[in-house]
Design a protein around this ligand. Structure first.
Ligand SMILES: [Zn+2]
Length: 136
């Protein structure tokens, strides 16, 4: 089991880790009485029994927990440059000239809709060539 050294320290890098290890034995009849009591025990890194405790010792310690107990001091942040005081007055801006209003409806040429001939043939009051007299 391994732990990412960079994890658990929050946003800042960890300065001091508290590492816990578990003492493992082979769990068989050959486990010596020296190591047997330590089986499964947790010890801080650098503390407790450090295998091998004797000749032909098959025990080992495994890191099982890592806790950051001290983080690196917060690095000083570079101060942002002071904001320039906003001034209303200053160089006059170039005002774009107002464009003429051309939003009116475009004039379209009337095609085929001459009112003089639309009702031609259907107007009963149409004055015929006879000057008002209907020609039977
Ligand atoms: Zn041992």
């Amino acid at each position: 089991m391994s732990f990412d050294p960079g994890a658990g320290g929050g946003s800042r890098p960890c300065k001091t880790w508290e590492v816990w290890e578990v003492y493992h034995t082979q769990h068989d009849e050959r486990v010596c009485p020296v190591c047997g009591p330590h089986n499964g025990q947790r010890y801080k890194l650098g503390e407790g029994p450090q295998p091998p405790l004797h000749l032909n010792c098959r025990c080992w310690r495994e890191e099982v927990e890592r806790t950051c107990i001290e983080t690196e001091p917060e690095p000083p942040k570079p101060k942002p440059p002071p904001e320039e005081p906003h001034r209303e007055e200053g160089p006059t801006r170039d005002t774009t000239p107002a464009t003429p209003n051309t939003s009116g409806p475009p004039s379209r040429p009337t095609v085929g809709l001459d009112p003089g001939i639309v009702n031609d043939g259907n107007n009963p009051n149409r004055v015929g060539p006879g000057g008002g007299q209907r020609a039977q």
